[in-house]
Design a protein. Sequence first.
Lengths: 246, 305
Amino acid sequence: MEENVITIWNLTKKFGNFTAVDNISFDVRKGEIFGFLGANGAGKTTAMRILCGLSRPTSGEGTVAGYDINTGQEKIKRHIGYMSQKFSLYPDLTVRENIRLFGGIYGLKDREIRVKTDAMLGMLGMQSEKDKFAGDLPLGWKQKLAFSIALIHGPEIIFLDEPTGGVDPETRRRFWEMIYDTAEKGVTVFVTTHYMDEAEYCDRVSVMVDGKIAAMDSPAGLKSGYHARNMDEVFRIIAGRAEREE
Amino acid sequence: MNAIEINGIVKSYGNVRAVDGISLSVGEGEIFGLIGPDGAGKTTLFRIMTTLMLPDSGSGTVCGLDIVKDFARVRRIIGYMPGKFSLYQDLSVRENLDYFATLFGTTVRENYENIREIYSQIEPFEDRRAGKLSGGMKQKLALCCALVHHPSVLFLDEPTTGVDAVSRSDFWNMLSRIKASGVTVFVSTPYMDEAAQCDRLALIRDGVIIGTGTPDEIVSDFPYRLLSVGGDRMYPLLKELRKTDGVISCFAFGDSHHVAYDPAVTGRERILASLADAGFRGCSAVETAPSVEDCFMWLSGSGDN
């Protein structure tokens, strides 16, 4: 039986008169790479904040990693990881200090943090970098480190908010290889991107338009359903119908 | 005369060489793209070319005017849209536009035709404060403010970063119309797929130009053959392809993998046979033309595994 790690029913979020998220429902399966696409202002960030336990819905029900999005927000935060291109590491802390800080925030014991630090540095091949400032690392390494740190507490789901924006083409692809390795271990990956080639790498993709989920399927299903050659065309067809901007 | 000409520009911040000896020339009326990832030195180069920063060494001209000596005159004939939204958030749309027109000694009315096509889209929100605009509208207003004095050269620093695929293609349509009105456009982007929209481009990485030419010239320099390979288990397939004899590099490209190979060593049939031996049967493999993105990866020395 397929196990869902995210289940959302009729989720709505209003800011005053503005309905940012308009009655969306969807499930994400365990170990799935789920692409959460949409034009700027479609409501992705608002929805993602609710899923991460950072904001409460105006109405609607749901669970993330088994906890209620209305009542279990603190528990949700402890069972998910989060990383974005905009913010992920403290540039003025060393590699080791960053690991220790995030390990501490997630409540790991000092001994666990030491063990995890060694394991992480070994796996990333960053032993000799451990006392360097995170801000001085090349971008590809920063990303690998940020991604590993977001997984330090063994979350069931990792939320990646535009993790590859502005990144060079090879680093972007190496990053996706890490995503695959992580999903293979059973971690669910929930990812947003503006690169439509990356939408092809997801198991399933949803496209938000004007606060609603306008389409949701595998990339192959979407391409055949919209008679499109690639995900870029699919996105243009669906998101091109948007009526509102940010 | 070239619209832009720069020679051996160098700029360091402490020990970091942000721009490391860049020379390029841009013809009048071209859309010239500076393409590269974050941290490649694009913004530093923009600031030098728009006279906002002095190079450590090197020289340059914009429309024949020296970017150091004639800085005041350069500023009058260029439009600049920085990567970060830099209009006055507390002024309305119309106030921002009037302000920039006045700075350049002109009026919106006098130049309305230059901006009509873009401005008409935000005109219904003329009284809204700039800080309250959506990202797409801010971008349009910034473009109007950079165009209101009818500049000869327009500098656009990452105008499409963080912008969705639909808005990005709208923006490029606007650029081709601006070009049609005779303006030279110098634009930077981290999106390789936008390269095809430029007349000529320079690929930049770590402060150095690694390739330059028309999009066709750049792809014709690709030294290997390229196969687009598809199958069922894409990630294991990727790892297998990298181990295959004669394969120079392999990276995911949307729904297939791009496999660069040396035709003196291997070929499509041999690669497919080798995949079948490893248990990957029924794969598709089509000879394909390299894209600018393939070339960027090869030129930046990341081609080998």
